[in-house]
Design a protein around this ligand. Structure first.
Ligand SMILES: *[C@@H]1O[C@H](CO)[C@@H](O)[C@H](O)[C@H]1NC(C)=O
Ligand SMILES: *[C@@H]1O[C@H](CO)[C@@H](O)[C@H](O)[C@H]1NC(C)=O
Ligand SMILES: *[C@@H]1O[C@H](CO)[C@@H](O)[C@H](O)[C@H]1NC(C)=O
Ligand SMILES: *[C@@H]1O[C@H](CO)[C@@H](O)[C@H](O)[C@H]1NC(C)=O
Ligand SMILES: *[C@@H]1O[C@H](CO)[C@@H](O)[C@H](O)[C@H]1NC(C)=O
Ligand SMILES: *[C@@H]1O[C@H](CO)[C@@H](O)[C@H](O)[C@H]1NC(C)=O
Length: 539
């Protein structure tokens, strides 16, 4: 492929970034455009068999046929802001300290898009970004800071399915459609007539569940909403009711997640199937949004000059493991879609290697012919998806046979670390000693119901050693613990005299107000225990 040859030349020729020279301008002009469409909460398993049987996703299928799909792509942190921080920085969550939805990258962080811009790309973003610090509700961050306090309070409304009144409604998620329209309009007016290549980002909210204002003043998002039009894309007879472990056999951190997500009550099979069907219908609507972009590119004759990438920040449990939302290392939450299509990308290729969202950064640079720095956490996906294998690629450029995902936010009461290899999923918690690890053989136990950690202690041990060689996770957990306490103390001080009122009125108010003194004193004991001299001083 001519284009690939040109990338290779560019990759070996380009030296330091900015200022832009004429040569860089020329090389950039030969590089392909890139369009990245990123969903929120799209379960990656729906993009290949057998998950793909449950709902019609014509545009994802189109990308699969005309491009390369990654069968084992994972988020580096299963919640919005930390996951997006990893994708935009190319660095693992602990390296940027993107601990929760409130703590991501600095607003001025140099992302791959900034680097591409410096190298001559025209850049444009539409829709949901959410990779910088300072966003999301007060409830969300206080829940994250206090996750080690010895209590469990229900934070979310009960998950429900809701049909919109208008049967034929196509544009249910109006805000997303507005952004899709804006992106299409940009392609028509700006994209077509570029003398320089462009990189366009479109962030969708779908298929993330909708807010539930019926839960009161501080509501979360537990409503799966769609129209009959999208529900008709779902094959209802293959919608499963996931197997659950009895409450008493759940891993303690999973139990905490399920409890805080208000899912430990009784659910009928019909209710569960309904929630799942509505979620799949929301995925179909997201697919149609991706479709608008693909159709516009085709109509504008840009498809053969543009690499299209589709992915998501994390998945959605949709009642698997007695939970909805994400914040978990189970497949439904951690497995993301990742498809590439365009010039030089192999058609109809399915790649089984484990990859993750930190790979987006080096892939973007590789597409643009920009040298990839050595200090990133990810690896370019081009060697795995190119039509021609570039012999310039050193062995070290190839992706290692594992990925790392970590979680430090709300709804899980211990920092969580997943090492995923081709066969195993190993999940360690906290300091590696006080909470039992989990080990799943994902190929023989796709439902992840049998923890093999005690049955195969040697495997668990060797994976734990491997994990520790990548990340000193007990130290990271301790740093998060410390950060949480300090943030909480600072926030408490800022609320002043009104602290009791404010804390009692967060999302968890229904449980809290039953016994406010009990919960306040639990926080008091937590603040006293192991509070470091520094935190004491600041108090
Ligand atoms: C970003 O801004 C912070 C202050 O807000 C500053 O300390 C930091 O050096 C800046 N980083 C870059 C890359 O400009
Ligand atoms: C949890 O769900 C129950 C119904 O199962 C509901 O009555 C309650 O209000 C929910 N709790 C919260 C915090 O929304
Ligand atoms: C793009 O450029 C071509 C040729 O210069 C011109 O005919 C066309 O009208 C332009 N399109 C837009 C949308 O500006
Ligand atoms: C997490 O919460 C569960 C349920 O409340 C509890 O059994 C467990 O001990 C907690 N684990 C940690 C590490 O705090
Ligand atoms: C990585 O290296 C580049 C120079 O190649 C430097 O600008 C950047 O700050 C480094 N990033 C990290 C996280 O060390
Ligand atoms: C105190 O907190 C309550 C509940 O959040 C709020 O309604 C009230 O306005 C606050 N009062 C002051 C003085 O901040």
């Amino acid at each position: 492929m001519l284009l690939l040859w040109m990338w290779t030349i560019a990759a070996s020729a380009v030296a330091a970034p900015a200022p832009r020279t004429e040569g860089q301008r020329l090389r950039a002009a030969q590089a392909p455009n890139v369009v990245l469409v990123a969903s929120d909460a799209f379960d990656g398993r729906l993009t290949f068999h057998p998950g793909s049987q449950v709902v019609k996703l014509p545009f994802i299928n189109f990308m699969r046929t005309h491009g390369t799909s990654f069968l084992n792509a994972y988020t580096n942190s299963p919640i919005c802001c930390p996951s997006r921080a990893a994708m935009w920085s190319g660095l693992f969550t602990h390296l940027t300290q993107s601990w929760n939805n409130f703590k991501g990258l600095d607003p001025n962080y140099t992302t791959w898009m900034d680097v591409m811009e410096k190298h001559g790309y025209r850049t444009q973003k539409f829709g949901k970004l959410d990779y910088t610090s300072g966003h999301h509700s007060v409830s969300n961050r206080v829940e994250a800071w206090t996750r080690d306090v010895a209590f469990a309070l229900r934070q979310e409304g009960r998950p429900t399915a809701e049909l919109v009144p208008s049967q034929h409604e196509v544009r249910v998620m109006a805000k997303d459609w507005k952004n899709v329209d804006a992106a299409v309009a940009w392609l028509r007016t700006q994209g077509v007539n570029q003398t320089e290549p462009f990189v366009l980002y479109l962030g969708l909210n779908l298929p993330h569940p909708y807010p539930s204002p019926s839960s009161g003043e501080n509501f979360g998002s537990s409503t799966f909403r769609t129209s009959l039009y999208w529900l008709e894309k779902v094959s209802h007879d293959v919608v499963t009711v996931p197997k659950w472990l009895p409450l008493s056999e759940m891993h303690p951190v999973d139990y905490y997640s399920s409890y805080t997500k208000n899912c430990t009550g009784t659910f009928t099979d019909k209710e569960i199937k309904n929630i799942r069907a509505f979620y799949y219908a929301m995925c179909a609507e997201a697919d149609a949004m991706l479709g608008q972009i693909i159709l516009a590119l085709r109509q504008l004759d840009l498809l053969q000059k543009t690499i299209v990438i589709y992915t998501s920040d994390h998945g959605e449990l949709a009642m698997e493991h007695r939970q909805f939302y994400k914040m978990s290392m189970y497949e439904a939450s951690a497995h993301v879609p990742l498809l590439l299509m365009g010039p030089g990308i192999k058609a109809n290729l399915q790649v089984p290697s484990v990859v993750s969202l930190v790979d987006i950064y080096p892939t973007m640079l590789d597409i643009a012919g920009i040298p990839v720095p050595q200090n990133l956490s990810g690896y370019s996906l081009l060697p795995l998806s190119s039509e021609v294998v570039k012999n310039e690629h050193q062995l070290t450029d190839f992706h290692p046979p594992w990925i790392l995902s970590e979680y430090h936010g709300c709804n899980a009461n211990a920092s969580t670390y997943m090492l995923r290899t081709s066969q195993w999923k190993y999940i360690a918690y906290s300091d590696g000693a006080s909470v039992l690890p989990q080990l799943f053989d994902v190929s023989s136990d796709p439902d992840e119901l049998t923890n093999m950690a005690t049955k195969f202690p040697e495997i668990a041990y060797s994976l734990d050693q491997k994990l520790r060689s990548i990340i000193n996770y007990p130290k990271v957990s301790a740093a998060v613990h410390q950060y949480n306490k300090e943030q909480f103390i600072t926030w408490k001080r800022s609320v002043g005299q009104n602290y009791s009122n404010v804390i009692a009125n967060l999302r968890w108010h229904r449980d809290w107000l039953k016994d406010p003194r009990k919960y306040e004193s639990a926080i008091g004991r937590w603040l006293k225990a192991h509070t470091t001299p520094e935190a004491v001083r600041r108090k």
